[in-house]
Design a protein around this ligand. Structure first.
Ligand SMILES: Cc1cc2nc3c(=O)[nH]c(=O)nc-3n(C[C@H](O)[C@H](O)[C@H](O)COP(=O)(O)OP(=O)(O)OC[C@H]3O[C@@H](n4cnc5c(N)ncnc54)[C@H](O)[C@@H]3O)c2cc1C
Length: 389
């Protein structure tokens, strides 16, 4: 039997893995993160500079979770002594009734009403006047929610890693986990540099999760894809944007043509803002970490630049710094995330906790805590994987 290296091993050093490891250490248990690349690499789901922070969801439970997560972010910020979630406002607008993986305008507004979260409902004209958009179709409408905003991704990763190490988290970089073998006493973790043992394992591999779980016969069947984005220079530094999402559908084909974007992030050290199509680019299995820009990505960015030219006159409509980022969503459109143990799916599955898929960055402190709870209380873990959590 291989040597036991930690009470809990965390596979994956992205935002979720780092948050989970830190929470395990705070519970007084030894914990080690195994990361196949280097921390802060750009080939996973936590790449880039920013993520949208928003309270609005089409389902009330996720809006509630966002409200519950905000104090955890504030606590993390206090411990890190730096801001991580910036309240710049969140603007959702476009065609009412168009549903995307983000949600739908009217449903999300109804949830805000139910939770008594304030927002302003705006016409196309008001959106133009308030935020500097131009020539929006007159049937566009939407809302601005002032508590939404932007998460500083790099600062979050740095804070989680630094605070984790301070709490006793060990991190091993450039070490891929090849297989997990749970048994009655723990889990054997197979890597290229030998085997390790732990009482339990947290799988925080993002879009790479199925590669690790499939040999156990319990792959999640994630929809893995890449998303393209580009940056645009500000012509007028005095005009800034909230984070925004435009629900757009092609009149001819009915295809989803939604876009999203950000305001200026001072922490990037440049005067660019990001605008991106909410569109999926195919990924060949095994080529998930390949970040090359495909022809289809270039076409999507051309369409994005045309939209910027037409509707964001205070930006230079020439895209710069094009790139793609790896994403994963549950294949089941009714599901937003996976978070739970493999109990009931494989023998001794209660020893393996999984968080994967979804727009999860905003929930990082909450999901990290739940992963740690499940991994350290393995006698009676609630199984949230098999329920519509
Ligand atoms: C373009 C884009 C936009 C997004 N926008 C938002 C948003 O606005 N709001 C929001 O809340 N969320 C958003 N998300 C989602 C959010 O970014 C992700 O949910 C989150 O970053 C995932 O973090 P993670 O730690 O689960 O995965 P990752 O960051 O991918 O980390 C997984 C880690 O596991 C490592 N790994 C994988 N397999 C192994 C192995 N076998 N052995 C060792 N290490 C392994 C990988 O190298 C990687 O570092 C967006 C995602 C994308 C791609």
């Amino acid at each position: 039997m291989p040597e036991r290296h930690a009470d809990v091993l965390v596979v994956g050093g992205g935002a979720i893995g780092l948050a989970a490891a830190r929470e395990v250490a705070r519970r007084g248990r030894s914990v080690c993160v195994l990361e196949r690349f280097a921390l802060g690499h750009e080939r996973g789901g936590s790449a880039g500079w920013e993520r949208q922070w928003r309270i609005q969801y089409s389902q009330e439970r996720w809006a509630r979770l966002a409200l519950e997560t905000l104090p955890l972010w504030r606590q993390l910020e206090a411990e890190a002594e730096r801001p991580l979630v910036h309240a710049r406002g969140s603007l959702w607008f476009g065609q009412v009734g168009v549903a995307t993986s983000e949600g739908e305008l009217a449903l999300a507004a109804a949830v805000l009403d139910a939770l008594e979260v304030p927002y302003d409902w705006l016409t196309a004209l008001e959106i133009e006047r308030r935020f500097g958009f131009a020539a929006l179709p007159r049937d566009h409408e939407g809302f601005h929610q002032a508590d939404g905003g932007v998460i500083d991704v790099r600062a979050t990763l740095e804070a989680l890693a630094a605070l984790g190490v301070r709490s006793g988290v060990r991190v091993v970089e450039h070490l891929a986990v090849h297989a997990l073998e749970p048994d009655g006493a723990g889990v054997t973790v197979r890597t290229a540099r030998g085997d390790s043992r732990a009482e339990s394992v947290i799988v925080a591999c993002g879009a790479f999760t199925d590669a690790l779980l499939a040999p156990l016969g319990c792959g999640l069947g994630l929809r893995v894809f890449r998303m393209a984005s580009a940056h645009f220079a500000r012509r007028r530094p005095d005009v800034d944007l909230p984070t925004w999402y435009a629900f757009l559908e092609s009149a001819e084909t009915g295809a989803n043509e939604s876009l999203y974007g950000f305001g200026h992030d001072p922490w990037t050290g440049n005067d660019l803002v990001r605008v991106a199509p909410d569109a999926e680019l195919p990924v060949e299995p095994g080529a998930e970490a390949d970040t090359a820009l495909s022809l289809r990505a270039a076409e999507q960015l051309d369409r994005t630049a045309r939209w910027v030219r037409a509707h964001l006159p205070h930006l230079t409509p020439r895209p710069t710094h094009p790139g793609t980022c790896l994403a994963a969503l549950p294949a089941d459109p009714e599901r937003e995330f996976y978070l739970g143990t493999l109990a009931g799916r494989i023998p001794h599955g209660e020893r393996i906790v999984v968080q994967a898929a979804g727009w999860a960055f905003k929930f990082v402190p909450a999901f990290g805590r739940t992963c740690a709870d499940l991994a350290t209380g393995i006698d009676a873990p609630p199984d949230r994987l098999s329920t519509p959590w």
